[in-house]
Structure formats: C-alpha cells, structure tokens
Design a protein around this ligand. Sequence first.
Ligand SMILES: [Fe+2]
Length: 392
Amino acid sequence: MSDRVPRNEPVMSEPEPSARAHRVLVVDDERNVHVALARQLKVDPYEVFTAESSDEALQLLGKHTFAVIVADYLMPKMNGIDLLAITQKLYPDTVRILFTAYNEANIAIEAINKGGIYRYIIKPWNGKEIRAIIREAVDRFQLAAINRKLFDLTKVQNQALLEKTKEIELKNRALKKLYEESNLNYLKSIEIFSSLLEVFDPWLMQHAKRVAELARLVCAKLDLEEKDRNHVEFSALLHDLGLIGLPKILSRKKFSLCSEDEKRLIKQHSQIGQNLVGKDPKFSTVAAIIRSHHERYDGKGWPDGLAGEDIPFGARIVAVIDAYDSLLYPANIYDRSSPESVKGYLYNSRGTRFDPRIVDTFLLALAEHGEITERGLIPVDQLRSQEEDLFT
Ligand SMILES: [Fe+2]
C-alpha cells in the first residue's frame, strides 16, 4: 500500500476540490494501479476515491454519490463485471467503466450485457485518453442527473395537476349537487303554486295544464333551449295564478258580462301572479311572462300596452295558447267554439292580437298532432262574439 495516496480519502485534497466536484471511484486490488489512475485524473476537478475490493467499493457507493466508477475486471471474490452489475442495479446513474489487462471479446460482451458499462478500457491506458473518457462519463452522469431532475419535476407537476383536477372534479360535483338541489327546489315551488291554483279552482288548473302542454309543443317546434322551454312551460302553467287573489266567481265569469269594476279587478290578475311568483329571483323570467300574457301584438293589451317584440317572447306564446284553450274549453260548456273556428280566429288575429310567427308555429304544431280538420279555417266574422271573452 503506498503512503502517498491515503486510502478512501479524496486524492484531490490539494487544492481543495469544489463542493460540487463530481466523485470518481477507482476499484482495483492492485494499489499501484489506482494510485496511478488517480494521479492522472488529478488535473481535473474530481474527488477521486479508491477501493481495493468490490466490498470496499460497495461500502463507498453506499456512502456517496459517484458520477463514475472505474473497476478492474480481475479481482478476488467478486470481479469487476459483477461489481458493475450490482452498481447498475443500485445506482443506475453512476456511469460504469471496466478496465482490464485482457483484450478479450467475451469479457467486453459480458461487461456490456451484464454490467451495462459505458466504456471498456485495456491496460495499460493512455493518460490523455483516460481523462477524456472520464470527462465524457461525467458529462453523461450530469446529463442523466438533469434528465432525472426534469423527470422528477414533471412527476411532481403531473401529481399537482392530478390533484388540481381532482379538486376541480370535487367542486364540479358539489356545484352539480347544488344545482340539482336548486332545481329540485324550483320544481317544488312550481308544484306548490300549481297546488294553490288547483285548490282555488280545479277547472282553472285543468286549463293551465292544457296550456302548459301545448306550450311545450310550440317550444319544441321553435327549437328553444331547454332552459327557455322550461320558463315558457312553467309560465303557461302559472299564467292565471293571480286569479286566486280575486273573488272566485270572477275567474269563471264571462269577461263580456262583467261590470267595469269587475273587469278592472280581473285585469289585475297578471300583476298579482307576477308578484306571487316573482318573490324568488329564480322566477324572474317566469314572473315577467305571467305579467305580460294579456299583452297584444298591436299594443292594445294590458297591463303595460307593450307591442311586438317588446312583449316577452314567452308571453307571446302563452297568449296564443291561452286564447285557443279558453275559447275551446270555456267555463260554460255552452259557450264552446269548435276547434276549426278557434284556429280561424287565431289565424285572423295574426299581427293584431298575436305574434304571427307564434300563431303559425302553433297551428303547425296542432296540424302535426292531427287537430286541424278538413274544413280548414273559419272566416273571422263568425268569431267576433267569441273575441269579446278574451278579457279585452
Ligand atoms: Fe289570464
């Protein structure tokens, strides 16, 4: 054992190696060999460690991170290939180099296959060449370290992304639940309002149900979005809810037979309905439709005298269907009009009382449901007396 190179101490003790200097481990049972190699590497900023056996090398590998391990092939107990194979398994980033006095292909092949070595060096080596090889090996180690860092970073980022995705999913689920609950509350409120109407007057509720059913057909025909369809359908169901705030007798009385005071009272029902339903902001659209379901396309309706496109679209739909059902199924069975005459009246009121587009769509929707007879539309003069009873 040479006194000039202390065993297992960094050879680069003079000058003191940089804290970031890479470590190189030289393993050879012949001390003069690794001393010579260590000296040749001295010109580069490496911390060179030496070991005289594979056991000693494994102990050092367990204590430090080595950029490169250079192992002799022929050593007692465990040869260099087996040592490098273990190194590859335990410390895959450490670049492995085998050197040997035997220039035999089978050794090189085994070293590559078993130890995954980077280079195979034949003794005696050229100093310049070995330094170049070690430099390349250190570069390779650094590259592997950078790749590993990037890989770890990507892994951490992916994990963070996964957690964020889970968090978003949880929030979405919570929102969906809230939405469903709110929807459920919305439907429950509609049910409560409908029940009030039914208790007040079952006949009125039957009318409301038919108007809502026909409104659904028209909305489908107009290809409205589901949210808008619901608004129109619910408005149709609750359009006369305000009548519960008036004496019951008025809800069934022919409008043409009412006194002026009674007519004034009846005309309040659309605003009463709006106030009842509109207390919850969720029902603001439905409430607005209820308020305007007696507006006329020509501006002669009530309560606001709105005209044309100023009337909420849903209210224009409800107005047509409300008129259709009221004329077809009035409170007094003897006041009934035939479906044909009612359709004729609707047709002839396009652009005056009703939005022409809605009337056309409604008649088309009815035609598709087989309700237009072969007799076709009835002239408007036969329907004058019926018009009086549409609360105008
Ligand atoms: Fe009404």
